[in-house]
Design a protein around this ligand. Structure first.
Ligand code: ADP
Length: 353
C-alpha cells in the first residue's frame, strides 16, 4: 500500500481485515519509498494512492513494469472523487483497477485486489508462453536452415556440373541433396508431432501401465532386436491415463535408452514405487548418462547434447514433458550410480487427484 495518509492506511488495513482478506500488506508513504521496496521484494499487487508527497502514483507506475521481479505486479489505483481522467490515465499505463476514495470499503478493495492479481498473473503466464514460443520458433527455424543450406548447396553443385558438362559427380551431389531433404522432412514431421501432442481428443481411461509398456516394446521391436537390448519390467500399477500418450512416453524413453547406450548392450529396467498419493515410474538404463548440468535442459524442445552419429531431432523428451503436463505430472532425470540414467515420471491413480 502506497499512501501517505496515516488515516487512510489505517482505514484500508482495518477494512481488509474486516473482510477476511488473506493478503499481507507492507506500506510505503512516498514514491521513493515504494521504489526502494519494489527493488528488494516481489509484490503481487500495489494499492496505489494518486496523491503522494514526492510525486504522483502514475510516476511510480511508469517505472514499475521495468523492475525485475515486479514487471507483472498488479496495480489498484486509488483516486480522489471526480478524477476520472487520472483513472483513465492509470489504466492506460497498466493499472488493473481503480477505486475512488469515497466508495472505498473492504469488499470493494478485496474484489479489486483479487481481480488485479488475477490479471497480472494471466499476463505473466501469457508473456512467458510468448517467450517460449519465440524461442521455439527461432530454434526450429535454425534447425531447418542447416539441412536447407545443404540441400541448396548440393543442388547448386549439380547444376554447375551440368553447365560445365562434367556430370560424373552429379549422382553423389543429388544423393547428398536427398539426404538433406529427407532429414528436413523428418524434422518437420517431428515438429508437427510435437505441436499436436496433448491436443488429443481421446478421453483418459483406466490403464494397466504394463500394457502400455508392452505396446511400446512392440513398436520398438526392430530397435530392440538390432541392439540385443535386455529389458526387465517390474510390477506396474493401474492408473487413469491417456493411453496413446502413455505408450508414446514409454516409446520415447525406452527408445532413447537404446539409442544412447554407447558401446554397451542396452539394459533397461522399468519399475514403479508408490509415494503418498502417486506412483513414480522409473526407466533405468546403463547408457552414456547425462552430465548433471544438462539434466534439465534436455527436456527443452530441439535441444540435443553432443551425440555424434545418433539420429534425432531433440523433440522426444519435450514430447514427454507435454504428455506429463496432460497428466498433471512431472518428469525428470537422475544420475544412475555406476553409469547410465534414471528417467522418472509421476502418475496418479485418478487424474483429478
Ligand atoms: P533426440 O533423441 O531426438 O536427440 P530427445 O529429446 O529424446 O531428442 O533427447 C534430448 C537429448 O537428451 C538427446 O539428444 C541426448 O543427448 C539426451 N538423452 C536423452 N535420453 C538419454 C538417455 N537415456 N541417455 C543419455 N542421453 C540421453
Amino acid at each position: 500500500m502506497v499512501d501517505d495518509s496515516r488515516a487512510d492506511r489505517r482505514f484500508i488495513t482495518r477494512e481488509l481485515k474486516r473482510c477476511g482478506s488473506p493478503y499481507h500488506v507492507d506500506t510505503a508513504e512516498t514514491v521513493a519509498g515504494a521504489r526502494e521496496m519494489l527493488s528488494h521484494k516481489h509484490y503481487d499487487c500495489v494499492l496505489l494512492d494518486y496523491n503522494l508527497p514526492d510525486s504522483d502514483g502514475l510516476a511510480l507506475m511508469e517505472g514499475m513494469h521495468h523492475m525485475p521481479g515486479n514487471g507483472h505486479t498488479g496495480v489498484v489505483m486509488i483516486t480522489g472523487e471526480g478524477n476520472e481522467k487520472i483513472a483513465a490515465q492509470a489504466i492506460k499505463l497498466g493499472a488493473n483497477e481503480y477505486i475512488s476514495k469515497k466508495q472505498m470499503d473492504g469488499r470493494r478493495l478485496s474484489v479489486a485486489l483479487d481481480r488485479a492479481i488475477e490479471h497480472s498473473r494471466a499476463r505473466r503466464t501469457r508473456d512467458h508462453q510468448r517467450l517460449v514460443m519465440e524461442n521455439f520458433a527461432s530454434s526450429a527455424a535454425h534447425d531447418l536452415a542447416n539441412p536447407l543450406s545443404g540441400l541448396i548447396g548440393f543442388l547448386t553443385l549439380a547444376q554447375q556440373s551440368f553447365e560445365k558438362g562434367t556430370t560424373e559427380r552429379v549422382p553423389e551431389f543429388l544423393e547428398n541433396a536427398m539426404t538433406s531433404a529427407l532429414y528436413m522432412k523428418q524434422l518437420v514431421m517431428d515438429l508437427l508431432h510435437y505441436a499436436r501432442t496433448g491436443t488429443s481428443a481421446d478421453d483418459p481411461e483406466v490403464v494397466n501401465v504394463a500394457d502400455s509398456v508392452r505396446t511400446a516394446l512392440n513398436v520398438l521391436a526392430e530397435a530392440i532386436e538390432k541392439s540385443g537390448a535386455i529389458i526387465r519390467v517390474g510390477d506396474l500399477p493401474t492408473v487413469e491415463a491417456y493411453p496413446t500418450e502413455l505408450v508414446q512416453l514409454f516409446q520415447n524413453l525406452i527408445g532413447n535408452s537404446i539409442k544412447y547406450a554407447g558401446d554397451k548392450t542396452p539394459e533397461i529396467d522399468i519399475s514403479a514405487t508408490q509415494e503418498g498419493d502417486h506412483f513414480i515410474i522409473t526407466v533405468a538404463d546403463n547408457g552414456v548418462g547425462i552430465p548433471e548440468n544438462s539434466r534439465r535442459a534436455i527436456f527443452t524442445p530441439l535441444l540435443r547434447l553432443y551425440n555424434e552419429g545418433v539420429e534425432g531431432s531433440g523433440l522426444g523428451l519435450a514430447i514427454c514433458t507435454k504428455i506429463m503436463d496432460l497428466h498433471h505430472g512431472e518428469i525428470w532425470c537422475d544420475e544412475r550410480e555406476g553409469g547410465g540414467s534414471y528417467f522418472r515420471f509421476t502418475l496418479r491413480p485418478r487424474l483429478e487427484d
